[in-house]
Design a protein around this ligand. Structure first.
Ligand SMILES: *Cc1c(COP(=O)(O)O)cnc(C)c1O
Length: 403
């Protein structure tokens, strides 16, 4: 079955479906090459990428400046482990310090690992600083959250499929409705260490909380000595039109969890951005990762952050997101239920299943993905232009009319 000469998409798909675990249901497009907002498949078809790897490639695919950092560093040293120091980690710390208003940082690889790190830090802070009795710490989360796929993280998911068959779960989590400050206030006990929340729930279908929610949450957390942990893994780094989404609300969280676009799609890099007061609870040996903070990832991340700053991708996202949203809202079609978004994080909700529209858009040269059956997320790289948005909207309208 392993053919020597793979030719068409079909050949690759056959092997992938035979040999790979089926934990995803991808579109049948086999990508070979990418540049900016465009990708090409093995059959030579060109598509606009309106998913941007779930916002990991905000900077656009294969950005030349990040490529240069990657290849340059790959020739120097790629991995030292944290048993030794390397000369790139301090530069990333400095860059994060300059861009985040936070003062201490911990580097991991995947988003889920960074969430695990924040959970561990919050618990240990709860015991050593807040005085919560041993093993009693609680962390409150929001319903319909998405924070990753590890065993502890799915322990506080409210999505049945993410949990079914994977118990027993990690205890110590409480769920409150998203967008409801009163429910949060009621759920807090003397044993509450933290509240973990996304500023906008992206996987849940681009759910934007009511005006003033985060500000209210910040006050409740401060009043009760509860840490506020913001998951900005998807909403961070310009995606919503600000460098971080919580800048809209002028809140100061205790921990910010980032990943995805932190490395512009080149390499998995995630981090917890916080303060010495909180990350100081970790003593040598408490926590770690072989690849966390490696020089290759750090060099890539510094370049990825520089691209966001130099190209003002947050401002672009605000401007072009508003333009895209306005144009999508202007499409008058009975199948559309709602179009909502902030910056270039846009949810396009239909009154019916969205998969047929996704497949039609693929035919017309646009790659996107349905989430929660009826919502399509339009989240192209932040370097997209007005003319390209016009091109996309024309096709979205055409696709709607032909399904
Ligand atoms: C993608 C994502 C994660 C998980 O990141 P991984 O790198 O896939 O582990 C966590 N939280 C949010 C909000 C995300 O979008």
């Amino acid at each position: 079955m392993l053919s020597e000469k793979l030719k068409s998409s079909k050949d690759y798909i056959e092997i992938e479906d035979h040999l790979g675990a089926h934990n995803y249901h991808p579109l049948d497009v086999v990508i070979r090459k990418a540049k900016g907002i465009w990708v090409w498949d093995v059959d030579g078809n060109k598509y606009m990428d309106c998913l941007a790897s779930y916002s990991a490639v905000n900077q656009g695919h294969c950005h030349p400046k990040i490529l240069k950092a990657l290849t340059g560093q790959a020739r120097q040293v790629t991995l030292t482990s944290r048993a030794f120091r390397n000369d790139k980690l301090p530069l990333l710390y400095q860059k994060l310090y300059e861009t985040s208003c936070m003062t201490q940082f911990l580097l991991m690889n995947s988003g889920a690992e960074a969430i695990e790190t924040a959970v561990k830090a919050a618990r240990k802070w709860g015991y050593t600083k807040k005085g919560i009795p041993d093993n009693q710490a609680e962390i409150i989360v929001a319903a319909n959250n998405f924070h990753g796929r590890t065993t502890t993280v799915i322990s506080f998911s409210t999505e049945a499929q993410y949990r079914d068959g994977f118990g027993p779960f990690t205890p110590g989590f409480k769920v409150v409705p998203f967008g409801d400050t009163e429910a949060l206030k009621k759920a807090i006990t003397p044993n509450t260490a933290a509240f973990l929340v996304e500023p906008i729930q992206a996987e849940a279908g681009i759910i934007i909380p009511p005006e003033g929610y985060l500000k209210g949450v910040e006050k409740i957390c401060k009043d009760n000595n509860v840490l506020l942990i913001l998951d900005e893994i998807q909403t961070g780094f310009g995606r919503t039109g600000r460098f971080f989404c919580h800048y809209y609300d002028s809140v100061v969280p205790d921990m910010i969890v980032v990943g995805k676009a932190l490395s512009g799609g080149y390499y998995p890099v995630s981090a917890v951005l916080s303060t010495p007061e909180i990350l100081g609870v970790f003593k040598p040996g408490d926590h770690g990762s072989t690849f966390g903070g490696n020089p290759l990832g750090c060099a890539v991340s510094v370049a990825a952050l520089n691209v966001i700053l130099e190209e003002k991708l947050d401002e672009r996202s605000a401007e072009l997101g508003a333009y895209f949203l306005e144009k999508l809202k202007a499409i008058n079609h009975p199948k559309i239920k709602e179009v909502r978004g902030r910056g270039l994080l846009i949810g396009f909700e239909l009154k019916e299943k969205a998969r047929p529209l996704v497949l039609k858009l693929q035919e017309l040269g646009i790659l996107c993905k349905d989430t929660h059956e009826t919502t399509i997320r339009f989240t192209p790289p932040l370097i997209i232009t007005r003319a390209e948005i016009d091109w996309a909207v024309e096709r979205i309208e055409k696709a709607l009319n032909s399904i």
